[in-house]
Design a protein around this ligand. Sequence first.
Ligand SMILES: [Cu+2]
Length: 139
Amino acid sequence: MKTTISALFLAFVLSASGQSKITETTIEVDGLCGMCEERIENAAYIKGVKKADWSQETHQLDLIFRSDKTTLTEIIAAINEVGHDVKDHLATDEQYANIHGCCRFRDADLRASHGLGDPLCKPGETHEEHHAHGGKDKH
Ligand SMILES: [Cu+2]
């Protein structure tokens, strides 16, 4: 509660002085269930992030963050760190290995049982292969 109040106060002070740099964006994050939602949102709430809201149905993560405090790259890295795939930015196999057994969102059978189609990461595909056909890397 204390942090919320001081965060609000800080936001007020900064917007009053005209220095607030708020970025609003949506990214696609793979996941299965409510546990994934918690994991993804908790991971995304790094310093500077004001809102992180993942939808189990659409797999869209709505983000609002302070672009003077953090970057989208850092947020994506934090999500990868807990094992979740972001469109065009996959978690490594080591990171994915930490995902809870019932949250194995790359598993075809688990996806089917949750009514999901193709994963962002195709079975047996390496990080590099995925990027080769994954399209836009903005570097
Ligand atoms: Cu899950």
